[in-house]
Design a protein around this ligand. Structure first.
Ligand code: MF3
Ligand code: CO
Length: 299
């Protein structure tokens, strides 16, 4: 077959997938070595970031300082979390530590989110809202997702905590999800593609009989809470945006024991829950891409 006549004249414009030319060097400006390398990839048809996603060394230092406070919060929670504690108590610990260190919890009043941290227990995937009624019981697995603004710089990380001893299946979900984050981060190479990260995460989850949530993703972070690009945790190798040194973003896989489908609780419009109500786990770090690979800013 051949193009129908109407489409022949459009074959250049209509059928060719258009990639946004994000990387711009103004006329008359001498391109740097980085410019030349990124422009070459762009000409080959790869999606590259806009220049504003490349952080300066000063900005990276600011995000690092924010990340140190964020890690301090998570270390405090690791020390204090226990059976019988309410998620409201976790919220107060986060608020107090963060503000005592001259910082602000990024979730507080973010798009109407009412608390300083997200606490997501068992079948809650993410965005669980802390409260004074819900207390932790032995066998629970809980994600505590902390994000901090310090001197205008944002950092974001989350960990899983196991209350007492849990079932072998839930423990394996927690462990495999951490491996997904670690393997995904190792797969990220300078000038590599975000799809390489996603495909490693998906492969490892599926190999262990688990599924990957698609509706929520990681994200650029640093000067705002959520920046470009979306960092999907599912996808094909060789797809997605080029990771240019200086980009700062999170990787935060949400891995389900059962089906990948999720819904938002209509009661609060925030809490994301697995459709089959089987457990879900998540781990998250903020990373900066360097000339040698990812560096963690929240460890
Ligand atoms: N820390 C979460 C993230 O990874 C933020 C949740 S958005 C909120 O992006 F509104 F719930 F705070
Ligand atoms: Co995040």
């Amino acid at each position: 077959m051949y193009f129908c006549s109407e489409n022949r004249k459009y074959r250049e414009t209509v059928f060719k997938k258009k990639i946004k030319k994000n990387w711009i060097v103004p006329e008359g400006v001498k391109p740097t070595e980085l410019d030349l390398r990124v422009l070459a990839l762009q000409e080959e048809g790869y999606l590259v970031p806009t220049k504003k996603l490349i952080k300066t060394p000063e900005q990276i230092e600011g995000i690092r300082q924010s990340g140190i406070i964020n890690t301090g919060v998570l270390d405090l929670i690791a020390k204090e979390i226990h059976e019988g504690m309410t998620t409201g108590e976790i919220d107060r610990l986060v608020y107090d530590y963060t503000t005592e260190h001259g910082a602000t919890p990024a979730t507080l009043n973010y798009e109407g989110f009412p608390k300083s941290v997200c606490t997501s227990i068992n079948e809650v995937v993410c965005h669980g809202i802390p409260n004074d009624e819900e207390s932790l019981i032995c066998g629970d697995i809980i994600n505590v997702d902390v994000s901090t603004i310090y001197k205008g710089y944002f950092s974001d990380a989350s960990r899983m905590f196991v209350i007492g001893k849990t079932t072998q299946a839930k423990q394996r979900l927690v462990d495999v999800t951490l491996e997904c984050l670690e393997l995904g981060a190792q797969a990220a190479k300078p000038f590599g593609l975000l799809g390489d990260v996603a495909s490693v995460i998906t492969h490892h989850a599926h190999q262990n009989g688990f599924t990957v949530v698609r509706e929520l993703c990681g994200h650029g972070v640093g000067l705002e809470f959520h920046e470009e690009p979306d960092v999907d945790h599912y996808g094909r190798r060789g797809s997605g945006m080029v990771m240019v040194p200086g980009m700062v973003f999170t990787i935060e896989p949400m891995i389900n024991m059962g089906k990948r489908d999720v819904f938002i609780d209509a009661e609060d419009d925030w809490t994301v829950v697995t459709e089959d109500e089987l457990p879900s786990a998540q781990w998250e770090h903020t990373f900066v891409m360097t000339d040698h690979g990812l560096e963690v800013l929240t460890a």
